[in-house]
Design a binder for this molecule. Sequence first.
Ligand code: SAH
Length: 229
Amino acid sequence: MIGFKGNHQTELTYERARKALAESLADKGISDVRILEAILKTPRHLFVDGAFASRAYEDMSLPIGYKQTISQPYIVAKMTEILIKGNILEKKPLETILEIGTGCGYQTAILSRFCRKVFSIERIKPLADRAIVNLEKAGIKNFLIRWSDGTMGWPIHKKFDAITCAAAITEIPSKLKAQLNIGGKLICPCGNDKSQNLVLLERVSKEEYKETIIESALFVPMLPGIIKN
Ligand code: SAH
């Protein structure tokens, strides 16, 4: 249906769909208005394959190729809400965020609103390339995407205020924990393909981390190594 409308009409349709999505996320417990605004302003239809554009604003994950999915908006909203919690007044509450699992770049786009720069790692090269194109189409500039294995952390020595993983692993990689600033938060789905929990790790001091289980989750697995095509 959308294909038969003019551009302006299509944009209005997407805008209405985004509003409905933001309202449904609020109903599901997302209460930070900054997150709801980010959902309202981020064109998710630019991040999914054309065939799925009309479903881009349903609160569900969708295939993006290479056996991967764009995450469900609720979970993107939830994870980001936790990362920025406590920094109420600031416009860009965080300096740097590291994302493991860029996929199509949608969560990178959401995260880019809350920090000076998002660093994102994707192990599948065609997805990393496409995410760059998608983010540019959406007019986002404060990101850096690397094609590498995220379990190894950001390749050069660097620390982040927040780290978020879009793929599940049984145990949070020590290299990621080490790249978290003291006072920073890391959020990662932990478990296997049958049972996972979203885990929040806060770095209390150089050696100490506080772990909190947020809720159950279902993510694609975090896998080692890189894929060229
Ligand atoms: N953030 C995306 C979600 C993508 S799905 C969104 O906004 O919807 C998770 C992604 O993690 C997949 O693209 C997968 O290839 C990637 N991934 C899995 N293991 C990885 C690893 N070790 N390093 C980097 N990326 C990884």
